[in-house]
Design a protein around this ligand. Sequence first.
Ligand code: FES
Ligand code: FES
Length: 199
Amino acid sequence: MHSREYGPYGPKPEEKLHYEPQYKIVKCRINGIRVTKMVDVRASLTDFLRNEFALTSVKKGCEVGECGACAVLIDGESFNSCIYLAIWAEGKDIWTTEGLTASDGSLSIIQQAFVDEAAVQCGFCTPGFIVSATEIISRGKYYTIDELRKELANHMCRCTGYENILIAVQKANNIENGFEEIEEHVVNQIKEEDKKDYM
Ligand code: FES
Ligand code: FES
């Protein structure tokens, strides 16, 4: 008699023993708070943060690791969370832009620098830039604008506000790390020695 269980197309008995569970418990810290959640083993960290914790600063842009809109800090390093499985967050310390504000709601230096330097247009790319800038600033090293351009090359701004973003990141880095030497970055300004050419 034909049986689905043991017929030619049915699973072999030993295969039945190797089913992986579809959901796993993940314990980690998110923005300084310990959390324990059951997660789908296929879920990205982006979906985990947005759907389970309403951390919507974590944007879904390309979802293939190309644009940086979904960047979050994992143990102090900036990662694109769209290509990072939620189950890999086990035991990790994760920070999003929401967690960078003070408890009274005041902005961090890097967040304020983006406001002051008009480095925000539609704002879609902004949280990702701020997360990566936070990692850069934590290194305690001076960066020129050109060096920052390379450091942030994995972030895209569809509004093309790159110059102001770079200025904001350099300003915050200088303030946080106490660098007095501030590179004069000329944006739509005419240098003194060139002014005669325009008169
Ligand atoms: S959405 Fe993750 S890198 Fe673009
Ligand atoms: S401000 Fe619009 S994508 Fe950067």
